[in-house]
Design a protein. Structure first.
Ligand code: IMP
Length: 427
C-alpha cells in the first residue's frame, strides 16, 4: 500500500491529531519528520484527552510502529516525560518507538535562548512556543548541533557539549543578561536521558526505506502547517522547519516519490497563535464565538488563538504548493448556530484584486480581505455520519470551499471524538 501524508494546511492547530489517530488504524508505521515539542496534538479517545508534543499520534494504537525522523528536533526530557506518562497509563511504547540518531537535540541552552530572545525588545518578536526550536535548528544549520547519536555516546556528548556551552553561556549572559548554565548539570542530565533513550535510537531513514520496499503502509504526520513553513510561510513569523509536504523527504530520509497520497487538513475557519499576518482575522464577537466554541487555546502554551474566517487564497496557495490530493475539513460543528458564515474569497492590495497569495510578508500584512457571507445552519452536526446527513447549508459551505480551493474533500470532522467523522472513501 502506498504511503499517506497528513499535513496542516493553515497556521497549525487544524485538528491533525484526531485525523492521524483515526487513520493510523490502517497504517503500519506513523512518522514525524519535522518540528519538535512546539507541536501539541490533542486526541480524544473514549472521552479521555491525550496531548502529545513529540510522540507520533499513532502511539495510541497497539502494534503500530512510531518513528521520530531525522528532521525532528528532540527535547529528550520532554520525550521521556511523554513516554513515562504513556507507559504509566498501562500502554507499552518502548518496543514500538524508534528515534533517528540523526535528529538534533534541543538542549537546555536552546530553550533558554529562545525565551530570552522573545523577551527582548530588540529584533522581531515571533511569539514562539519557547521550546527552543529555532535555536536548535540554527545550530543544525550552523553544524554545531548535538545529534541523538552524540547524546547516547558519553564521550561524544561531552566533547560536543563542551564545544557548545562556553559560546552559548557567553550569548546568554552577554547578549541577554541571563544566567549561565552549569556544564556538569547539563551534561549529567543529558547523559542520563541518552542512556534511557539509547535502545530507541537507530537509522530511521534506512528503516523506513526498507519498510516501504516491503509494502508497509506508512503515514507521515505533519506538525504545524503550511503557512508556518520556514521557506514558504509568512516569514519571519514561521517555525524553523519545512512544516509541509516539502519537508517529508528530507525529514524522514525517503525519496519524494514515496510520499504517496497527500491530505491537507484545514479547519472550517482559521486560527493562528503567535504574531504575524492573518488576513481573515476577526476581532469581534464572532472571533470570541469561534474561540470558545472551538476551544481555541494552545495545546502547548495555553495561549488563546487568534480566530478568523476560512481563507480561500491562503488555502489554495497551500494546496497548490503541496499538491494535495484531498482535503480534510475539521471543526465544521463549531460553526453550527451562526446566522452567517464568512469566507474570505479574495484579497485586494491598494484597491487592486490579487490573483495570488502574497508570500512577501509585508505585502500580505497590507491586503484587505474580500469576505462573502454564506447562510449558516442551526443543527448540531456531531451525530452526522454521511454528507447527506449534514444540513443543506453546511453541504453548500463545504462544496463552495472545495470548489474554490480546487481539491475535493476526503474527510469531514464534525466533533472532537473519533466517531464524529465523515469519510468519503476508504482511507
Ligand atoms: P516556534 O516553532 O516555537 O519557534 O514558534 C514559531 C511560530 O510557530 C510561532 O508563531 C508559534 O506560535 C507557531 N507554532 C509553533 N508550533 C505550533 C503549533 O503546533 N501550532 C500552531 N502554531 C505553532
Amino acid at each position: 500500500m502506498p504511503a499517506t501524508s497528513v499535513i496542516g494546511a493553515q497556521w497549525g492547530d487544524e485538528g491533525k491529531g484526531k485525523i492521524i489517530d483515526l487513520i493510523a488504524d490502517k497504517a503500519d508505521v506513523v512518522v514525524r519528520f519535522q518540528g519538535g515539542a512546539n507541536a501539541g496534538h490533542t486526541v480524544i479517545v473514549e472521552g479521555r484527552k491525550h496531548v502529545f508534543h513529540l510522540l507520533p499520534s499513532g502511539v495510541l494504537h497497539a502494534g503500530k510502529l512510531n518513528v521520530i525522523g531525522n528532521g525532528v528536533v528532540i527535547d529528550s526530557e520532554q520525550l521521556l516525560a511523554e513516554i513515562d506518562e504513556f507507559e504509566g497509563g498501562g500502554l507499552r511504547l518502548m518496543d514500538r518507538l524508534k528515534v533517528s540518531g540523526a535528529a538534533h537535540c534541543v538542549m537546555p541552552y536552546h530553550k533558554a535562548i529562545d525565551r530570552l530572545q522573545e523577551g527582548t525588545k530588540a529584533g522581531v518578536r515571533i511569539g514562539t512556543t519557547g521550546r527552543g526550536i529555532g535555536p536548535a535548528y540554527a545550530d543544525k544549520a550552523y553544524r554545531s548541533g548535538i545529534r541523538m547519536w552524540d547524546l547516547i555516546d558519553e564521550e561524544r556528548l561531552r566533547a560536543r557539549l563542551r564545544a557548545n556551552l562556553d559560546v552559548k553561556n557567553r550569548v546568554i549572559t552577554g547578549a541577554y543578561d541571563g544566567e549561565a548554565l552549569d556544564f556538569e548539570e547539563v551534561f549529567q542530565a543529558a547523559r542520563e536521558q541518552g542512556r534511557r533513550l539509547a535502545p530507541l535510537v537507530t537509522d530511521t531513514g534506512h528503516l523506513l526505506r526498507s519498510l516501504l520496499a516491503r509494502g508497509q503502509h506508512v503515514f507521515f504526520e505533519g506538525a504545524q502547517g503550511v503557512l508556518l513553513d520556514l521557506d514558504h510561510g509568512t516569514y519571519p513569523f514561521v517555525t524553523s522547519s519545512n512544516s509541509d509536504t516539502l519537508g517529508i523527504s528530507a525529514g524522514a530520509g525517503v525519496p519524494p516519490a514515496a510520499i504517496g497520497r497527500q491530505l491537507g487538513v484545514m479547519k472550517a475557519y482559521c486560527t493562528r497563535v503567535g504574531d504575524g499576518p492573518f488576513p481573515s482575522e476577526l476581532n469581534d464577537a464572532a472571533a470570541e464565538r469561534l474561540r470558545e466554541g472551538g476551544s481555541e487555546f494552545g495545546a502547548t502554551t495555553g495561549r488563546p488563538r487568534r480566530c478568523g474566517w476560512f481563507d480561500v487564497p491562503a488555502a489554495r496557495y497551500a494546496a497548490q504548493l503541496c499538491g494535495f490530493d484531498g482535503l480534510v475539513i475539521t471543526k465544521l460543528d463549531v460553526l453550527s448556530g451562526l446566522r452567517h458564515i464568512g469566507v474570505v474569497v479574495g484579497y485586494e492590495l491598494d484597491g487592486v484584486p490579487l490573483e495570488e497569495f502574497p508570500v512577501d510578508t509585508p505585502r500580505l500584512e497590507r491586503v484587505k480581505p474580500v469576505v462573502d457571507l454564506f447562510p449558516g445552519w442551526k443543527e448540531k452536526l456531531t451525530g452526522a455520519r454521511s454528507f447527506d446527513e449534514l444540513p443543506p447549508a453546511c453541504q453548500a459551505f463545504v462544496d463552495e470551499i472545495c470548489a474554490r480551493v480546487g481539491v475535493p474533500w476526503e474527510i469531514l470532522s464534525v466533533g472532537p471524538g473519533r466517531e464524529s467523522t465523515i469519510v468519503r472513501s476508504a482511507t
